[in-house]
Write a protein that binds this ligand. Structure first.
Ligand SMILES: Nc1ncnc2c1ncn2[C@@H]1O[C@H](COP(=O)(O)OP(=O)(O)OP(=O)(O)O)[C@@H](O)[C@H]1O
Ligand SMILES: [Mg+2]
Length: 479
């Protein structure tokens, strides 16, 4: 409710005014002297005051001054029995809202009070709104200032309007050297970087998506991107440039890439060594047999085998490509799968205990596949070696081939101890092994997997603890 103070030494006037204004719905207080009225003004907030200039203890104009000092928005309506032009002008100069004379025209007083209160409320609301805007602005600025990134804000003409402390600190600049300057004068970029950022600003302003870009400044790397500032709120569109120093992250990233590369090289080197061991053991075994052999036919056969397996070692060294991402296959030929299985058994015989193992062959497919012969041999030797190891010189190894609609299926089965459920999902991972470190590296099946994938084939395993293991490979038919 609006609060009105009546200051008059005449009790009749006070009472009449008070009654009428209360009837209008205002809250009314009265003061008889200057001292009383100042006391009231200090205690309460009033929207309007009706002030009689002629008071026993004080000059009304002095009360006006004090009242305006206490509440600059207060609407003081001066009431006087003797209106002189001089008095009127002084009162208005001191901030009085209106000047009326006695005898009081009540209708006029009501109208003036109504108007005064409306203005008072409007001014209060305006002040509150301004205060809120100022608070929000301060809040925004404090966010901008406390963000740990360098920020610079510029207008359409690329004139810098504001920078934060991080920007000034990062580039060792003073605020005066940046504000109201052209953006390109104050960016610590090289000319080509500036050209680049110019293009990106254009793109950004035309609504295109601009991803975070990187710039090198001195020895540091910064990622930068743009953002819209107060678009629509203050009318004019401004643009912000935010820059993040990512030097240390970059360094760590590069170290990581480097160590990943080194680890990759290690895996590759071990893989090659692993694959060279298989044919080398075969060659060694045959050379030993050759020493003891007298039959010229057998000697010829062993020598031919040695030459063949030696060639395969060369293929394996060349087969580095399974470690690169390239899907490029080596020299491909139409290969008889059955023949390769026979060869693989021969090689495996020399590297694993095979004496008591019964090999059963069920070759039902005579289709050929298009593949690199050395790599197909790697696939079979690895699986057969594992089976032989599992059988430990005792059991059955079954090799089966059959043709399906558009693929040749190879199955290599053993009735060894099988693979536990927990491990079945892991056996194709590099370095997964259940063998002692000097017996296995865990690379065999990973190499198999990569080669089969490379030729658009597919490999799966079925195994039951105590019953045995079956590897099934599908290769696309090559003819
Ligand atoms: N026929 C199988 N019977 C039982 N377990 C097998 C068989 N084949 C593979 N495994 C299991 O899968 C694991 C991984 O085989 P993989 O050939 O990748 O490595 P590895 O034989 O242990 O070592 P290497 O690198 O010398 O080949 C083996 O350690 C073994 O536990
Ligand atoms: Mg193995």
């Amino acid at each position: 409710m609006s609060n009105i103070l009546i200051i008059d030494d005449d009790s009749g006037t006070r009472e009449t005014l008070s009654d009428i204004l209360q009837e209008e719905g205002y809250k009314v207080a009265c003061a008889e002297t200057g001292a009383q009225s100042l006391e009231c003004l200090q205690k309460e907030e009033f929207q309007a005051v009706l002030l009689d200039l002629k008071l026993p203890d004080m000059n009304g104009l002095d009360i006006l001054k004090d009242a305006m000092r206490l509440n600059p928005g207060l609407k003081v309506i001066v009431v006087s029995g003797y209106a002189t032009l001089e008095n009127t002008i002084t009162a208005l100069n001191e901030g009085a809202y209106a000047y009326i004379t006695k005898p009081i025209n009540m209708e006029m007083v009501k109208a003036i009070i109504k108007q005064a209160i409306m203005q008072y409320e409007f001014a209060t609301k305006k002040r509150e709104a301004e205060e809120e805007v100022r608070r929000l602005k301060e809040y925004n600025e404090s966010i901008l200032m406390s963000l740990p990134y360098a920020i610079i804000i510029f207008d359409k003409e690329q004139i810098v309007e504001c920078v934060n402390l991080v920007y000034l600190n990062d580039f060792n600049l003073q605020e005066e050297a940046v504000i109201n300057k052209n953006l390109f004068e104050v960016l610590p970029f090289t000319n080509s970087q500036k050209e680049n950022i110019k293009q990106n600003i254009k793109k950004f302003l035309s609504g295109e998506l601009v991803h975070t870009e990187e710039v090198k400044i001195d020895q540091r790397t910064f990622g930068y991107r743009f953002f819209d500032v107060l678009k629509g709120l203050l009318g004019e569109q401004k643009t912000g440039l935010i820059m993040r120093d990512s030097t240390s992250e970059k360094k760590i990233q590069q170290q990581l890439i480097q160590s990943e590369k080194l680890a990759g090289i290690g895996t590759m080197a071990m893989g090659i060594a692993h694959e060279l061991n298989n044919p080398l053991f075969g060659i060694m075994g045959m050379a030993e047999a050759l020493l003891a052999e007298k039959d010229p036919e057998k000697i010829k056969e062993y020598t031919e085998d040695i030459i063949k397996y030696s060639r395969n070692t060369a293929v394996i060294v060349k087969g580095l490509s399974i470690y690169s991402r390239s899907t490029e296959a080596g020299d491909m030929l139409l290969i008889d799968v059955n023949e390769k299985l026979n060869e693989a058994v021969k090689i495996a015989r020399h590297s694993e205990k095979f004496d008591g193992v019964k090999v059963i062959k069920e070759y039902q497919s005579n289709k050929k596949i298009l593949i690199n012969s050395g790599e197909l041999q790697q696939v079979f030797v690895n699986i057969i070696n594992n089976a032989a190891h599992a059988l430990n010189g005792n059991g059955e190894l079954k090799l089966l081939t059959k043709s399906e609609e558009d693929s040749v299926v190879v199955q290599i089965c053993d009735n060894g101890p099988g693979i536990s459920k927990d491990f079945v999902g892991k056996i194709f991972e590099p370095f997964f092994t259940t063998k002692d470190p000097d017996k296995g590296t865990g690379l065999g099946l990973n190499i198999v997997y990569r080669i089969v994938q490379k030729y658009n084939g597919n490999i799966s395993v079925e195994s039951e603890k105590g019953k045995g293991t079956t590897f099934t490979i599908h290769f696309p038919i090559g003819e």
